[in-house]
Design a protein around this ligand. Structure first.
Ligand code: NAP
Ligand code: GLV
Length: 309
């Protein structure tokens, strides 16, 4: 019988395995066991141990239970000659659009000020803020970034986007490639990072780039912690170049207890929840792709190893 092995770190595997077995009745679906024989055809993984690829040596494809495959790509024994498949949307894009719009609106409508005023019993008046003063720039216009851009366009913010290859999205001023980065940053006041983490994008949220944003800028990082140089963010907040940041991802997760972000008054943080992997949508997508592969048909979402995403 053909086999699928499931290996997703801290996730309780029972309902995932059950769900996959229901969708793929002709497959045996099992939780990874390093003592087992290792004859699986497909692996469904999130941050697996190296032992998985030492044991499972007859895999035909590896399915990542997330959009970002940076952790997998760092594994020295990741098989080089079989497809690695990432989740494509699977319910994450709308969650991310919701999260980013919330962060943008909270900042531009000064909701934190109104919240603290109401807590201290003040009926506060402030002049209205003007949307056109807050151009939002989205780094990464893929499955998630494009959906975020669309939501911000619907709220009538001026929206810019930056990607590796050229894009044309309704209502979005698009920039691309190394040459497009500078004009993109200089026309952005609220910067949203939804890039994959690759050697090209590692530490891209650094002092030099962030200092190019329109004055009194705001950063929203929902991609990976290693995109951001933490010390540069702190320095730019201190100097007033940046007004604040919303961060969902961190270099080390959970964020260490003594990290200065915890107590920083201009930083809003969440524990990597901006777009969760949803079980039903993810399993349906993966099972559908396994069936396609079994029938010799092409599938979407295969990672391009040269680009790293
Ligand atoms: P995707 O569909 O692969 O899109 C990636 C986008 O980034 C594409 O537009 C791509 O350009 C662009 N890009 C990649 N390298 C670039 C470079 N060097 N310069 C400029 N643009 C570059 O990925 P996705 O599904 O939207 O997900 C994006 C990332 O979000 C994931 O990799 C993950 O790290 C993060 N994420 C976080 C959470 C969370 O909960 N915090 C949840 C899901 C995903 P092209 O369009 O030209 O290829
Ligand atoms: C979550 O961070 C993902 O990459 O799906």
């Amino acid at each position: 019988m053909r086999r699928v092995v499931f290996c997703a770190g801290q996730t309780d595997p029972a309902r995932w395995v059950e769900g996959l077995a229901r969708l793929l009745p002709e497959f045996e679906v099992e939780v990874f066991d390093p003592r087992a024989s290792g004859r699986s055809d497909y692996a469904v993984v999130w941050a697996p141990p190296a032992a998985l690829f030492d044991t499972e040596t007859s895999l035909k494809a590896i399915f990542n239970l997330g959009a970002g495959i940076d952790a997998l790509m760092r594994m020295p024994n990741l098989p080089k000659d079989i497809p690695v498949v990432r989740l494509g949307d699977a319910g994450m894009s709308v969650q991310m659009a919701e999260y980013v719009c919330h962060a943008v609106i909270r900042h531009t409508r000064e909701l934190d000020l109104f919240e603290s005023a109401s807590r201290s019993g003040h009926w506060t008046f402030r002049k209205p803020t003007i949307r056109s003063h807050y151009p939002v720039g989205i780094m990464g216009l893929g499955a998630i970034g494009a959906r975020v851009a669309q939501a911000l366009v619907d709220f009538e913010y001026p929206v810019r986007g930056w990607s590796r290859t050229e894009k044309n999205l309704p209502g979005v001023t698009c920039y691309s490639g190394a040459a497009g980065l500078d004009p993109f940053l200089r026309s952005t006041r609220i910067l949203v990072c939804v890039l994959p983490l690759t050697p090209e994008t590692d530490s891209i949220l650094n002092r030099e780039n962030l200092a190019k944003l329109i004055e009194d800028a705001y950063l929203i990082n929902v991609a990976r912690g290693a995109h951001l140089v933490d010390a540069d963010l702190l320095a730019l907040l201190e100097s007033g170049q940046l007004a604040g940041a919303t961060l969902d991802v961190f270099r080390e997760e959970p964020l260490p207890a003594d990290h200065p972000f915890w107590s920083h008054p201009q930083i809003v943080m969440t524990p990597h929840i901006s777009a969760r992997t949803l079980r039903d949508a993810s399993l349906a997508q993966i099972a559908g792709k396994i069936e396609q592969l079994e029938r010799g048909l092409p599938i979407e979402g295969i990672v391009d190893r040269r680009c790293g995403y």
